[in-house]
Ligand binder design. Sequence first.
Ligand SMILES: Nc1nc2c(ncn2[C@@H]2O[C@H](COP(=O)(O)OP(=O)(O)OP(=O)(O)O)[C@@H](O)[C@H]2O)c(=O)[nH]1
Ligand SMILES: [Mg+2]
Length: 361
Amino acid sequence: MGIKSSRTKKLRKLEKKKNAIIEEQLQQDQLQEEKEIKLLLTGTGDSGKSTFVKQIQILFKEGFNEDDQKAHKQVIRANLVFHMKALIRAAEELNISLLKENQIIAEEFLDLPSVSKGEIPDDVVDDIKKLWKDPGLKKAFEKRSDFQIPDSSSYFLDRIDEIMKVDYLPSQEDILRCRIPTTGVKVLSFDLEGYPWKIVDVGGQRSERRKWIHQFDNVTVLIYVVALSEFDQKLYEDESVNRMRESLALFEKTVNNPTFKNKNCILLFNKRDLFEEKIKQVDLSICWKDYNGGLNYDKASEFIKKKFESVGKSKSKSKSKSKSNRKIISQFTCATDTNNIKNFFKSITKTVIDSHSKTTL
Ligand SMILES: Nc1nc2c(ncn2[C@@H]2O[C@H](COP(=O)(O)OP(=O)(O)OP(=O)(O)O)[C@@H](O)[C@H]2O)c(=O)[nH]1
Ligand SMILES: [Mg+2]
């Protein structure tokens, strides 16, 4: 009995010591977290959040290493087959016919297994090349807002010869353009202007959004990314929903979360390059019936900016008696352009550091 109780006492003491160590570590982690500038990147799927983080890797870290290149090489090659299948299916659905000599090739292509480890047999590579030259598939690609295929797939299909070379390793631009939807939460730490920063990247597709809330603590500045060019596209997750309207509703919900009441928010209107091209041909009224500015870049971009800014501003004042003093800073970006993101960072660094100083006073 006596031996047993002294052993229990020892165990309890040990347990207490362990708990004290864990408690101290937690406190240290918390202190460290409070010292860091934390940017939380949010926005719907495919808006460009991870591309923005890749630019930080290029601008403030050591860029991409060989492991990154190898991982992207496999995805880029697998996508050549995957996206060609999507194009063939779309042409069928849109009733666009292919050249006679390509019809059987296209039919058989749909039965191909997916690519593993980036290996594509030579005859399949030849078929992709033939199919990509087909005027019918080119026409289907032009109608890509009606189905799901990344804009960047033409960039890769155009470069198939280079991509299939034995010694191919993706360039910086290839990695920036490669689409890998984010699942879970990715954190990148970096130093800038003498401060430790971290940027938290989350998945934007519907199934990912319930994980966001766990990242809401200690945010210095909230960044919300909108893809300007998505105004005539449907959600990948639900093809009955317009992407930009979903994005506006999600922004309203996110920015008006009580946690962000007094937090500055950067609204990134991204994919400016694609928007500039699209707005010459597609009227923004396809998304917002109250738009009447025509095929005009300045009018259309200003209209979208106002729509988003207004949902952020109105709620922050009306929901509670105390007036919110947060700023919403809007910027137009092209996340695949390193220079553009470098300039963007220059323009917002001071505001972010000021926001940080205010919260840590
Ligand atoms: N042309 C062009 N393409 C862009 C731009 N920004 C991102 N992209 C491309 O858009 C695709 C999607 O970008 P991601 O960064 O993966 O999007 P995301 O917001 O992280 O998406 P989720 O992880 O699903 O939430 C990639 O193929 C990028 O290369 C841009 O400004 N212009
Ligand atoms: Mg992502």
